[in-house]
Ligand binder design. Structure first.
Ligand code: MN
Length: 221
């Protein structure tokens, strides 16, 4: 993924069928090749007339949204968010069978009481999102973790909040296989979470908090 204009849709970091049987191949094709592609195309179209913004990394378009010309703010929010969130979500998955690093377990226990309680709370938050959006595990610059949700393509990315994990709750993420059963999708998705990357993202914030800069060049971890 090029970090700035023109954004390109790079291949997934795994095969389309790599997440089977939890997340199906057809959904991954549509999700990556059509849904993400559309956000990328729209973002490039919006930025076509804004040479200064073309130099901004993707994260900055989200973090510094208030500095973007007013008439394209909503479009940037939706489409830069749509690109960022999808890359973040796709990266957050890996073919099943990967262990959660014990350091991450320790952090989750510290913040949520137990790993099970964390999973339960994330699932509950994800189920409670009405309509389309995401549920996230985030941390602040002190490393305190919390679960948040976002609507549409909003991203909880700011100078003080660092996303660690995201689940896409738009129906296109699960409808073909799981129909309207979001809870089943969430349970299956837990089987393919890239916990190693969650831990790497968490460690990364130490460096970023020192610099007090744009966080998580998520493709470069
Ligand atoms: Mn999606």
């Amino acid at each position: 993924m090029l970090d700035t204009y023109k954004f390109v849709n790079e291949p997934l970091p795994y095969d389309y069928d790599a997440l089977e049987p939890w997340i199906d191949e057809r959904t991954m094709h549509l999700h990556h090749d059509r849904h993400l592609q559309t956000y990328i195309d729209q973002l490039n179209t919006i930025l076509k007339d804004y040479p200064l913004l073309q130099k901004w990394p993707l994260e900055r378009l989200i973090i510094d949204l208030a500095k973007v010309p007013k008439k394209i703010q909503v479009a940037i929010q939706n489409n830069a968010g749509g690109v960022y969130n999808h890359l973040f979500y796709f990266d957050s998955m890996i073919p099943s069978g990967k262990e959660m690093p014990k350091e991450l377990k320790r952090e989750l226990i510290r913040n949520f009481g137990s790993v099970e309680q964390f999973l339960e709370r994330l699932k509950k938050a994800a189920l409670a999102v009405f309509g389309s959006g995401y549920a996230w595990l985030v941390c602040d610059l002190q490393g305190r973790m919390q679960i948040v949700t976002s609507k549409n393509q909003d991203a909880p990315l700011s100078a003080i909040m660092i996303p660690l994990l995201a689940i896409d709750l738009w129906e296109h993420a699960y409808y073909l296989k799981h129909y309207n059963l979001r809870a089943n999708y969430i349970d299956n998705w837990f089987q393919v979470v890239n916990w190693q990357l969650v831990w790497q993202r968490f460690q990364k914030r130490k460096f970023d908090s020192m610099k007090r800069e744009y966080i998580l060049p998520h493709r470069k971890l």
